[in-house]
Design a protein around this ligand. Structure first.
Ligand SMILES: NC(=O)c1ccc[n+]([C@@H]2O[C@H](COP(=O)([O-])OP(=O)(O)OC[C@H]3O[C@@H](n4cnc5c(N)ncnc54)[C@H](O)[C@@H]3O)[C@@H](O)[C@H]2O)c1
Length: 369
């Protein structure tokens, strides 16, 4: 029997990631219902990716009444993650929700409470964890090759990279701009490498210097022009996060900044034995992993060949992070493996990002209990 999936939100990430991954896993899973408030989008997905007889809905509450649906994918703008996920758990479904978990920590807490009551599985779409370079670095961290990681940088810097589809510049829909959108990936990776989910305090600063003011002819945005009159979120955010064990993480995130560097879903780690630089996605140094260590009494910087030979989850170059995400998720549902992205971990990411925004608003450090 195939797992029966309901898709809520049939836009960009559905088409870029989940629909191809679900199609590639067609022997294990089928899409039996689709929902979008723009119902033509749900119809298109039902026609092109749905099982025969795939149902179409405009309201997710109707989709959740379908008793045969076992798994719900929540692929809507951030603010809708909470009500849909909570209702899906109440309806007895497993939930894969896109990143970030929620638009704010209060919503994330509601989702965690509903998940715990449900006894179902819950994961968040942090697919960068399944990249070969990330998997290799995670293994090195687990094997103690870096020693204790006491200083890290989570990078999500785009020089120009404002998403111009959907509602990404709408604060009420998304909860924020580049920090919550792409900073979330970098912070998720960094906490995971450190295996440290105990933040003590956060100081954050956000800038709104360019998004509101740059007219289309001077934007230079590879993703097209945005409307400065409706740009409601930060252009860039920076944070200083101290952890309960005394270690430090800095975060940078931007969609628009006059920097010469581009570093997305990237992380730098400094440990007591060695250091690592995960260059992340985009730019000329795409998905490289460098290690700093002492060899033969000298300081060396080595580039790891993360593709050759593969690692556990990655037998070869052709494997996509999205396919591995899907496989890990279905394996966990079938009791054949553990989830890689655990809800508690994704919750901590949202808790820290929420504190960065609160600190930026108040000008004060946010201290966790
Ligand atoms: N994992 C990644 O790297 C990645 C990349 C891009 C986006 N995302 C995340 O995916 C989510 C969606 O982003 P997107 O780029 O697909 O946006 P999008 O605007 O392209 O698609 C969202 C879709 O959800 C629909 N929708 C909105 N509210 C709804 C509701 N209440 N019920 C049903 N449908 C609803 C919209 O009509 C739209 O079709 C966001 O949370 C975003 O952060 C993740």
């Amino acid at each position: 029997m195939k797992h029966k999936v309901g898709i809520v939100g049939c836009g960009g990430i559905a088409h870029q990631k989940h629909l191809p991954a679900l199609s590639n896993a067609a022997e294990r899973v089928e899409i039996v219902a689709c929902c979008d408030i723009i119902v033509e989008r749900a119809q298109e997905v039902a026609e092109n990716f749905g099982a025969p007889g795939c149902k179409v809905f405009e309201d997710y509450r109707e989709l959740l009444k379908e008793g045969d649906i076992e798994i719900v994918y929540v692929l809507t703008p951030n603010v809708a993650h909470c009500p849909i996920t909570v209702a899906a758990f109440e309806a007895g479904k497993h939930v894969l929700c896109e990143k970030p978990m929620a638009a704010n920590v209060e919503d994330a807490q509601r989702m965690m409470d509903a998940w715990k009551k449900s006894g179902k599985l819950f994961t968040i779409g942090y697919q960068n964890r399944y990249r070969p370079d990330s998997q290799t670095l995670k293994r090195l961290c687990e094997e103690g090759e870096l020693g204790q990681i006491y200083y890290a940088q989570a990078h999500a810097l785009r020089r120009r990279g404002v998403p111009t589809w959907g509602v990404f510049t709408d604060k009420a829909q998304q909860g924020g701009g580049p920090l919550i959108d792409i900073g979330t990936h970098s912070l998720d990776l960094t906490l995971w490498f450190m295996d440290n989910y105990e933040p003590a305090a956060v100081t954050g600063v956000t800038f709104e210097k360019l998004g509101h003011s740059l007219r289309p002819e001077v934007q230079g945005n590879p993703m097209g022009t945005w409307n400065p009159d409706t740009f409601e979120v930060e252009d860039a955010a920076f944070a200083f996060v101290t952890m309960k064990d005394g270690s430090l993480i800095t975060i940078d995130a931007s969609w628009i900044i006059n920097s010469t560097e581009e570093r997305c879903a990237a992380s730098y780690l400094c440990g007591t034995i060695a250091g690592a630089e995960l260059t992340g996605v985009g730019g000329s140094n795409d998905k490289k992993l460098y290690l700093n260590k002492i060899m033969g009494g000298k300081q060396v910087k080595i580039e790891a060949d993360t593709e050759a030979g593969g690692v556990d989850l990655f037998p070869g170059r052709s494997v996509q992070a999205a396919d591995v995400e899907c496989k890990v998720w279905l394996d966990a549902i079938e009791g054949k493996g553990e989830l890689v992205v655990k809800p508690e971990q994704a919750f901590t990411v949202t808790k820290i990002l929420d504190a960065v925004y609160k600190s930026a608003q108040t000008g004060k450090q946010i201290v966790f209990e």
